[in-house]
Design a protein around this ligand. Sequence first.
Ligand SMILES: NC(=O)c1ccc[n+]([C@@H]2O[C@H](COP(=O)([O-])OP(=O)(O)OC[C@H]3O[C@@H](n4cnc5c(N)ncnc54)[C@H](OP(=O)(O)O)[C@@H]3O)[C@@H](O)[C@H]2O)c1
Length: 224
Amino acid sequence: MPALRVAVVGGHGKTGRAVCDALGAVDVGALPLGRADWPDLAAAAAGCEAAYVIAPNLHPDEPAYVGEVLTALIEAGIRRVVYHSVASPYAPSMPHHLGKAASEDLVRRSDLDWTILQPGAYLQNLDLTAAIDLPYSPDRPFGFLDLTDLGRAAAVVLTQPGHVGATYELASRVATVRELATGAGVEVRHVPDPKTHPGLSAMFEYYDDHGLLVGTRTLAALLG
Ligand SMILES: NC(=O)c1ccc[n+]([C@@H]2O[C@H](COP(=O)([O-])OP(=O)(O)OC[C@H]3O[C@@H](n4cnc5c(N)ncnc54)[C@H](OP(=O)(O)O)[C@@H]3O)[C@@H](O)[C@H]2O)c1
């Protein structure tokens, strides 16, 4: 039986799988929870000492989701929580970032022992095996985060002392998409926004103007 059991809320998605794998690698018990557990999240999380909280992509009301999760964790007797936010949460032109800024505030005022991780765009969002069609400029800088590094950072903050009350921006490397594509020997084409979701369109517009720059030193320090 592992010494620590962590409920990973939203644990079946690509983020959650990376966190669960990394926890398993350091002998922490990871309990992934998804939609099926939602009707009674407190009961589903019972027996865990800590939680890692991931909201679904582009949730229409992330603060409401996070608020419900925090209430359920408290009901389950869990004191330690790590919230998966985003780099630059206070970006008023991106509503889903603002939802994370408001959720961070709920986490900080929850009275729980919290840590907040602010990941950059995942390297794994890009398929570098074929030509990339990109609905924003390939020449803007990003702090990209490798999901394996995210998992390792989550394991560090959950298993080592000194991370309660900390907020960490996380990126594995800084690059433009063109630099990544060139390194992989594939072409990148700047294409129009397919306009599949207003939240995504707002994000593409922001990326087109600014990229999403994140420094790499915090992650390097965490992972030693
Ligand atoms: N992609 C990036 O570059 C990036 C960067 C920074 C931050 N993030 C953030 O990472 C988070 C998760 O991303 P992801 O790609 O891992 O997500 P994902 O693969 O879509 O996984 C979402 C998880 O949430 C659960 N879920 C979906 N809808 C739900 C609902 N209505 N109520 C309760 N649970 C629900 C799913 O449950 P089931 O198991 O039941 O399907 C699944 O476990 C997002 O908040 C995103 O903003 C992403």
